[in-house]
Design a protein around this ligand. Structure first.
Ligand code: AMP
Length: 393
């Protein structure tokens, strides 16, 4: 059975077509600059990649082109083969604690909560409406990045601010990357062959979040009201004192949204190192003696260690720690330094095992108090799995 996972943004649409009989990827690709000059798509299938510049005025046109190409390339023989479409939705606030079948009410909700994710939800909605127009009879499912975190207790998700900011305006911690943390949780369940485990899932990519999971459920996570909170990221600051915002508005002559833009796009690893947001560049620059790169890397590692230590205490001990996403799956140095800083908890890294990129492996030594793993994440597959559940109903 074929299912498509979709991640639509305001001017882009990423897709992965799965054969859910064996969960293999049949094709994947990206449609970019939708509604702009120079719109372009690329499709990967059978080890090949094709790319073409073609006018795409709307998401509907992009979806139409996508389906035409899948047929023209004989990737599918008929549109009837596509049995479900799963959409990644960044923000579902507290209205959605699991994936749902797309209905008019769901569409209205996603539109209503757009203020909580102005950069993401409107784009995702365009993707939903486009597929609805082109494939009206195919079931569609929304998979929310916030849903996995809906099991947090009020003591965890509430900020110590006037209560009515929460009750009137919904200001609370929501958490993100839930689809990835849920995927890692399901992998750990398979690995340990049980559900009663305590896991710290470290999704560290350009964006990043740490999640404390007990018995398959999220107990706490590092991102907050928006994905700006928590650990230091590629270009995002993570947690900072909010008083710096009005202070910097005055000093820099900027408004609040310009400062927020700087906290989102010019901070984190890029901001401190003043050279790159990419940990590969940073590690290389450290080896060449670049002091700001060293400062950025040390701070980056420190923030992650702080959260792992916090969640170790919160969970009352941990059965397994997992690294995932771009940095977690590939950056040998960052993983080693994090584990070394956690040695007081009895964590011991196996340097040979750790010298690996992009594959599932235990990187701790047999006498480590807590096993540490690398597990590549697969948010697209998680979206397709959730979609399949509804199709099978
Ligand atoms: P993501 O947002 O999950 O795609 O992660 C992006 C980040 O992963 C990049 O900024 C890199 O720092 C890191 N990364 C990706 N591939 C590699 C690699 N092969 N080696 C080291 N780091 C990598």
């Amino acid at each position: 059975m074929k299912i498509i996972s979709i991640n639509a943004g305001s001017s882009s649409l990423k897709f992965t077509l799965f054969n859910m009989d064996d969960e293999s990827v049949i094709a994947s690709g990206l449609f970019e600059r939708i509604g702009m000059d120079g719109s372009i798509y690329s499709i990967k299938y059978n080890g090949e990649k094709i790319s073409e510049e073609i006018a795409m005025e709307s998401h509907t046109m992009a979806v139409q082109i996508l389906l035409d190409k899948l047929s023209a390339l004989s990737i599918i023989q008929s549109l009837d083969e596509i049995k479900g479409v799963g959409h990644r939705i960044v923000q579902g606030v507290d209205r959605y604690f699991e994936s749902v079948l797309v209905t008019d009410k769901v569409i209205q909700d996603i539109d209503e909560i757009k203020d909580f994710a102005p950069l993401h939800n409107p784009g995702a909605l365009k993707g939903i409406l486009a597929f609805r127009e082109v494939l009206p009879d195919v079931p569609m499912v929304c998979v929310f990045d916030t849903a996995f975190h809906q099991t947090m207790e009020p003591e965890t998700y509430l900020y110590p601010i006037p209560y009515h900011w929460y009750s009137d305006y919904g200001v609370r911690k929501y958490g993100f990357h839930g689809t990835s943390h849920k995927y890692i949780t399901s992998c750990v369940k398979d690995l340990l062959n049980r559900e009663d485990f305590k896991l710290i899932s470290c999704h560290i990519g350009n964006g990043g979040s740490i999640c404390a999971i007990k018995n398959m459920k999220c107990v706490d996570t590092s991102m907050g009201f928006t994905p700006l909170a928590g650990i230091m990221m590629g270009t995002r600051s993570g947690d900072v004192d909010p008083s710096i915002i009005p202070y910097l508005m005055e000093k820099e002559g900027k408004n609040a949204s310009e400062i927020l833009d700087d906290l989102n796009k010019a901070s984190g690893v890029l901001g401190l190192s003043e050279c790159s947001n990419d940990l590969r560049d940073i590690v290389k620059a450290c080896e060449e003696g670049n002091e700001k790169a060293l400062l950025a890397k040390n701070k980056y590692v420190r923030r992650i260690v702080d959260y792992i230590a916090q969640y170790y205490v919160l969970l009352g001990g941990v059965d397994i720690i997992v690294f995932t996403a771009g940095v977690g799956e590939n950056n040998v140095t960052v993983r080693r330094e994090i584990c070394e800083k956690l040695s007081c908890l009895g964590i011991k890294i196996d340097l040979d095992a750790n010298n690996v990129r992009g594959k599932e492996i235990m990187i701790s030594s047999p006498d480590s108090s807590i096993p540490v793993y690398v597990i590549p994440t697969d948010e697209e597959l998680m979206i397709a799995r959730d979609t399949l559940k509804f199709v099978n109903r």
